[in-house]
Design a protein around this ligand. Structure first.
Ligand code: DGL
Length: 274
């Protein structure tokens, strides 16, 4: 029997819309509820405990909407809170690290992989450990991790492909270039928006891994293997934010296209107990 409950997706803010976009492309028949915690964003500069508490509240809000699956569309929340969330949730929880790490290991030819992300993601070491685990058979595997915190502000400002973005990328990506990586994981939801600039700096031969694509295919597989796919009737797209809905929609529009998001509602997420 079809399960027409929505999929719940959350992020610290708007960046997770790059993951939502891929989910909509991969499983267009599924309803989705997106929550962006813009009022408390960014997570990438917060402590481990705070990221867990915020993520738990995000999950509780989505659970209250009767979702059939939770997607943590945020690398920072995935690296710090996935274990806690999945141990406390009675529906499948999907995170973004393992799909991205596997895609990078499959893509590399020279065994040198760069990971770029927020400070909290890089500091957790979780992404690097995942790449090392899935790439353990690659001889001489090298993983170069680099925090690029300013990329988040550039993405939100819409400065994806200008001189400031280029010079910032030159500075951050220097260690990856020096190491000769042939694959770079965009391990932050905002970074796909800067892909063009990152490619200009790294060179066209370097592959950029957008984990959103890999995550969407994990979502599809779980829907099929757990027998919880929708029959495509009454598909809904709902959006919630913990900040001003108008502000959310204005900044979010370029992430999604197709006239979305619309009808965004504000939610007071800190009322949920952790
Ligand atoms: N969504 C976050 C991530 O993917 C980036 C923005 C933030 O720091 O909250 O890591």
């Amino acid at each position: 029997m079809a399960d027409n409950r929505p999929i719940g997706i959350f992020d610290s803010g708007i960046g997770g819309l790059t993951v939502l976009r891929e989910i909509i492309a991969a499983v267009p028949n599924e309803s989705t509820i997106y929550f962006g915690d813009d009022g408390r964003s960014p997570y990438g500069t917060k402590s481990h405990d705070t990221i867990i508490n915020y993520s738990l509240q995000d999950m509780k809000f989505l659970k209250e909407q009767d979702v059939k699956m939770i997607v943590i569309a945020c690398n920072t929340a995935s690296t710090h809170a996935y274990k806690t969330l999945s141990s406390m949730c009675d529906v499948p929880v999907v995170e973004v690290v393992v799909p991205g790490a596997k895609a990078a290991v499959e893509a590399t030819r020279n065994g040198r992989i760069g990971i770029i992300a927020t400070r909290a993601t890089i500091g957790s070491g979780v992404y690097e450990a995942a790449v090392r685990e899935y790439g353990k058979d690659i001889e001489g595997l090298e993983v170069i991790s680099q925090a690029c915190p300013l990329f988040v502000s550039l993405a939100e400002e819409g400065w994806w492909d200008n001189e400031v973005a280029y010079l910032t990328a030159c500075q951050y990506l220097e260690p990856l270039k020096a190491a000769g990586v042939d694959t770079v994981v965009l391990a932050c939801t905002h970074y796909p928006l800067l892909a063009r600039t990152i490619s200009k700096v790294m060179g066209p031969q370097v592959k950029l891994i957008n984990s959103g694509v890999a995550v969407a295919s994990v979502v599809k597989n779980i829907l099929e293997s757990n027998g919880i796919a929708s029959d495509g009737r009454n598909v809904i797209r709902k959006f919630y934010t913990s900040d001003d809905p108008k502000l959310f929609e204005r900044v979010a529009a370029p992430f999604l296209g197709r006239g979305l998001p619309s009808g965004t509602k504000r939610v007071q997420v800190d009322k949920y107990d952790t």
